[in-house]
Structures are given as structure tokens and as C-alpha cells.
Design a protein around this ligand. Structure first.
Ligand SMILES: [Zn+2]
Length: 77
């Protein structure tokens, strides 16, 4: 990542102060830090790679969808 977590923390804090929709924070992280939408979404939520995998597995289980073969290392690529 070009900018680092301090940058993401600043954008997240601005989003909270301005009561922004999370999607606007995702867009801000993408354009500021030059990361993919998937990564920006994860960072905007403050999720670690493991958190993101846990959320995905939970969603699959709740939606009765077959879990993808995915771990934190794969998501980080
Ligand atoms: Zn940035």
C-alpha cells in the first residue's frame, strides 16, 4: 500500500465525524491509497485479513452458500 494504515485511520475517522456512508470511505481509501475495492472495503471497516475471511464464512453459512476455499493469506494477494 502506498500510504499505510495511518492514512486509512484518518479517512475512517473523517467518515465517522461526517457520518459518511461506508461506501464513501471505501471510495476515499481507493482513490487516496491506490488499493483495490476489496482491500479498501476491508480497511474501511477496520478488518484484518482474518476478520474479513470470518465475515465471509459467516455470510456463506447464513445464506446457505457453499464456503469458498479461502484463507487470510489468499485474501491478502
Ligand atoms: Zn492514502
Amino acid at each position: 500500500m502506498a500510504h499505510g494504515l495511518a492514512c486509512v485511520e484518518r479517512l475512517r475517522a473523517e467518515g465517522v465525524v461526517e457520518d459518511r456512508d461506508i461506501r464513501r470511505t471505501v471510495d476515499a481509501v481507493m482513490s487516496c491509497c491506490g488499493v483495490s475495492r476489496l482491500r479498501a472495503y476491508r480497511l474501511a471497516h477496520g478488518w484484518t485479513l482474518k476478520d474479513a475471511v470470518d465475515v465471509l464464512i459467516k455470510l456463506c453459512d447464513e445464506g446457505d452458500i457453499v464456503r469458498p476455499k479461502l484463507d487470510a493469506d489468499q485474501l491478502g494477494h
